[in-house]
Design a protein around this ligand. Structure first.
Ligand code: PLP
Length: 415
């Protein structure tokens, strides 16, 4: 049974009643202990960087700015959102496989901390823009490893990929980039897989990173300012998933990390954990109201005001091979359980948020809450499809609720 938490239910009910549904509620009180735990367990080796692609909500970004040292943006639009939310550009890195000239120019003019170079083309373009603007731009070079250990829910390594410079090509590419006069190689970056709930696989993956970092730094005589570890830390999404044990990760990775940090070449190097979902995913709930109930050929269906259009990931269409239910509960609890399908308002059979979910009897007007919704929510969903209202976004801090809905789309256009 998916047991409701009464504090959360109180917040979700208030948010739905005051601001309407569908809504995402981000409870900052649930993020604070996650940051503290990361710092306690891994802070000896790593600083944190928030990958804002997982949740670019302006209210959340402002809240995080006071609490996390770095941010990673993946477009010019994300950079502007971060700056508007109070992040100085020099605390940002900029990843992404398709950086347009207008974005690179703006980022360099804003004083971007580090450009994450994903290709020789990124480097050449950035070099000529930096030359025009009379700057030297710090870059970290993203390397695409040739393998990722088993156990990662989402893997990018060892096959053709648009991301980063393939490890086979890295020595030549680094030599070329080092010769560009308006770029300074400040470090290296790897992100090769994510959604891993297995400590041993994470530790093995970081071991692969350290081998690559060490080899390339020795070969090119780099004393990097920064090495960025795309963390890969996963979160429990589905009933039965066990949360990742960070203590186990720290214990198993500690000796390797200690030895790495003790190498003279890395004595001044900052190691950075770049992560998104692990920080904010479990702190978010998606709440949708049941618009009607249908009994159809032996199945009870709750048809809700928000579905796949508001929460693509929970519908199973955001990179999931097999659709599995997220953890779902009926707000307010109730006695007994019976299976019910949860669907959304779209005219397509793939608009389903839950299949045979065991819940106390659900009726029209009830609120349904989907857990682990703080990352890859509205910004990863087709919110315009069939022109239903876009979901509200509410920041819950202590007893306070703040409507932080992102009103308009953004993006840096070259027209
Ligand atoms: C380069 C990079 N860094 C970080 C992340 C964040 O991943 P996660 O939210 O799984 O931590 C992503 C996600 O796609 C990414 O592409």
């Amino acid at each position: 049974m998916n047991r409701p938490d009464h504090d959360i239910d109180h917040i979700l009910t208030q948010a739905a009643d005051r601001f309407g549904t569908p809504a995402y509620v981000y409870a900052t009180d649930l993020i604070t202990p996650r940051i503290r735990d990361l710092q306690d367990k891994l802070g000896r080796w790593f600083k944190l960087s928030f990958a804002m692609k997982c949740n670019p909500n302006p209210g959340l970004l402002s809240w995080l700015e006071q609490r996390i040292p770095y941010i990673d943006v993946s477009s010019g639009g994300e950079l502007l959102l971060a700056i508007d939310a109070g992040w100085p550009a020099n605390r940002a890195s900029f990843t992404g496989p398709a950086k347009r000239e207008v974005e690179l120019r703006r980022a360099i003019q804003e004083g971007l901390g580090e450009l994450v170079v994903e290709s020789p083309r990124d480097a050449q373009l950035a070099n000529s823009i930096a030359a025009e603007t009379g700057r030297i731009q710090d870059v970290v070079i993203r390397i695409a490893p040739d393998r990722v250990p088993k156990g990662f829910g989402d893997q990018m390594a060892g096959r053709p990929s648009p991301f980063g410079i393939d490890i086979e090509d890295a020595p030549g590419a680094l030599t070329d980039i080092a010769s560009l006069p308006h770029l300074r190689i400040a470090g290296l970056h790897i992100y090769s897989g994510t959604q891993c709930l297995k400590p041993a696989a994470i530790v093995e993956n970081w071991g692969i990173f350290m081998t690559i970092f060490r080899d390339l730094c020795e070969r090119h005589d780099l004393h990097p300012d920064r090495l960025i570890f795309g963390a890969g830390l996963g979160i429990p999404y589905h009933p039965g998933d066990m949360p990742l044990d960070l203590g186990q990760v720290a214990e198993a990775a500690g000796p390797q990390l200690d030895a790495f940090k003790a190498e003279p070449r890395f004595s001044k190097t900052e190691l950075v954990l770049e992560l998104g979902r692990y920080l904010v995913g479990p702190a978010g709930y998606f709440v949708t109201r049941v618009t009607s109930i249908k009994e159809s050929r032996g199945t009870r269906i709750a048809i809700c005001d928000g579905g796949m259009n508001s929460h693509l990931a929970a519908s199973g269409h955001f990179g999931m091979v097999l659709r599995r239910n997220y953890v779902i509960h009926r707000v307010g609890g109730g006695e007994g359980e019976e299976p019910i399908d949860i669907s959304g308002p779209l005219c397509t059979s793939i608009d389903k948020l839950g299949s045979k979910v065991a819940l106390p009897r659900v009726e029209e007007g009830d609120l349904i809450a989907i857990h682990a919704s703080g990352a890859y929510g509205p910004s990863s969903s087709p919110v315009n499809f069939i022109s239903h209202p876009t979901p509200r976004e509410i920041l819950a801090e202590g007893g306070q609720l703040l409507d932080v809905t992102r009103i308009e789309g953004c993006g840096l256009s070259d027209r």
